[in-house]
Write a protein that binds this ligand. Structure first.
Ligand code: FPP
Length: 239
């Protein structure tokens, strides 16, 4: 359990690190360094999700939101896209198994999933039917784009007959509705950008970039990010 070293003026969620988002970058470089294919890098990346999820639970982080496939990732070679979609199916199967065994964890697949294959959509529907307010939530972003999400939420509000849209109207219609806005966004692989991830939700999120490549991101690196978070003075626009 971790506690803040400094006083928070206006907490968004609570003083404890509760909601973490991760841009899992660097699978390709990890593979290249080992003379492996990019797809092999994604296999290693997918395996690491399980470790990091276990660590998040050890650290009492209740919400984890992972960027697995963006609306822009379709531009990658077909072989690589097919490999990631195959991993998505395997990941969904293991998420279903985990939810059957463990009533503490819930997986949610966020993004425009309506264009994904039938085998993925069927599994997502099953996962949704098993969602009953479990205390630990792992959101996996698939065909996700932050701009797309905001437009989708605004259009849903219009469909609901709202003429003057408020921030709450958007919040309630985000793909990630129900997950507190992240306290901390971690990006592995060293790039200093947010790549269209959670654009609405990260307004006051602390950012942490590490050069560590995603498949190598483990306990020591996660603790480094948590330590950096607790060293920050979050003011949310105040003094
Ligand atoms: C970015 O690394 C990573 C991705 C675009 C895909 C992330 C996918 C996984 C972690 C595994 C798939 C998991 C599921 C649940 C579908 P990159 O390929 O851009 O790496 P690079 O910057 O080193 O080239």
């Amino acid at each position: 359990m971790f506690f803040k070293k400094k006083t928070v003026q206006t907490p968004v969620t609570d003083e404890r690190l509760n909601s973490v988002a991760i841009i899992m970058d660097g699978n390709g470089r990890w593979a290249k360094r080992r003379a492996l294919t990019r797809s092999a890098g994604h296999v290693a990346g997918a395996a690491n999700i399980k470790n990091v999820l276990r660590l998040a639970r050890d650290f009492d982080i209740h919400y984890l939101t992972l960027y697995a496939f963006s609306t822009e990732n379709w531009k990658r070679p077909k072989e690589e896209v097919d490999g990631i979609m195959k991993l998505a199916v395997q990941y969904l199967d293991s998420a279903i198994d985990e939810m059957k065994k463990n009533d503490q964890i819930c997986f949610r697949f966020v993004g425009d999933t309506s264009v994904l294959s039938d085998e993925i959509q069927e599994r997502i529907a099953l996962v949704r039917s098993m969602d009953h307010g479990q205390p630990f939530v792992c959101n996996v972003a698939l065909n996700y784009g932050g701009r797309d999400e905001i437009l989708h939420a605004a259009n849903e509000a219009v469909k609901d007959g709202i003429t003057h849209i408020t921030a709450q109207d958007i919040d309630e219609r985000l793909y990630t509705a129900g997950t507190p806005h992240p306290d901390l966004l971690i990006r592995t692989g060293g790039e200093m950008r947010v790549s269209n991830f959670l654009l609405w939700q990260i307004a006051y999120t602390e950012l942490y970039v590490t050069k560590t490549l995603w498949p190598d991101f483990g306990r020591k690196e996660f603790l480094g990010a948590i330590d950096a978070f607790y060293g920050r003075d979050r003011r949310f626009g105040g003094l």
